[in-house]
Design a protein around this ligand. Sequence first.
Ligand code: GDD
Ligand code: MN
Length: 368
Amino acid sequence: MNTAVIILPTYNEVNNVTSLIHDIFNVTKQITTWNIQILVVDSSSPDGTAKEIVKLQKQYKQLHLLETPKEGLGKAYTRGFKYAVGKLNTDVVFEMDADHSHNPKEIPNFLSQIDQGSDFVIGSRYIPGGSIPQNWGIHRKIFSIVGNLIVRLGFMKFSITEWTNGYRAIKRWVIEKHMDDLENYTGYVFQVALIDNAIKSNARIREIPIHFIDRTKGVSKIDSIEYITQTLLYVFQHSSFIKFCIVGGIGFIVDFGISFLLIEIFTGSVVFATMVSAELAIISNFIFNNYWSFAYKKLEHGNESLLWSFIKFNLVASGSIVIQAYGMHLSTSWLGESYWYVYKVFIIVLIIIPYSYVLYNKLIWKDT
Ligand code: GDD
Ligand code: MN
């Protein structure tokens, strides 16, 4: 029988964790096809959470306790993952809050998605059937919704609606593959990093709806300012889309700079200079995209497809020149030429950027 370990990170949850563990085992005793264990990872809570767990262990032999220093939620999870994989030899790990925000009744739904072939099941508050608490203040609602939206936009990954909530079931291979990277994220941003890593290794990700219940006992440990900064920084550093936009900007500078040199300094012909500078910009874009924006799926040197990919890249770039020229022709003939630069910006932002990004991902740096 396969094993699933439910990890409950705790920091001062003495008034929540005992009743939650009873609730979880009540639900899971009805599951016959999985061996379910609970691992509490307690970061030296001064309120005596760990002592409660030790008492409960007399009642439940499937209950484990890992005591760690206070180093943040991400660190607690990576330590818990290591223990679950190494010591408990688990096949699946669960993430779950220990403050009753996540209803244990959903556990069987997570497992049935795993049984059907998912590698990573996310409990989402933002798909039909899921919800955030009605009684949350407006700023907290906005914080949560906008936060998830920024991450989705930054990664240009709209199929995943929930990046932050920590109610998940994850197959062992995903954890093992990314353990080294995950150790870099000690705080709540760890949750975003875990999904980002899973996407990049093509894990089969599935969302199921959950209702998030506000805690009634104890207080939240989240440090909002730190969390927002770390999340924005993470997205900025790891988003292929943002890097792709920066590479486009570098391409523009290369194009413009070389044209300027050839025309103004070397008094070359405008047509010749334009051709040379455009191709050099294409080459620079190709290299930067390959070794930076899409480095995690980079095309290797010596591989025959590198040349072929470069040819396709040139074709996509030629396509964008044609689209831009046609767009400029249409817009200026409708609206006059006085504001041509405004139209150009609109065409680049609304058409060229999405067009190139989608085609690069579909034709050149493919996802699988
Ligand atoms: N071991 C350990 N160490 N546990 C911790 C730590 C820590 O440093 N910090 C927080 N926890 C535990 C809490 O005791 C709780 O069980 C769980 O992690 C969630 O923390 P809360 O303090 O309840 O934070 P929240 O409700 O604001 O967090 C929610 O939103 C986050 C970001 O959207 C949860 O859904 C988190 O899972 C989510 O990452
Ligand atoms: Mn909470």
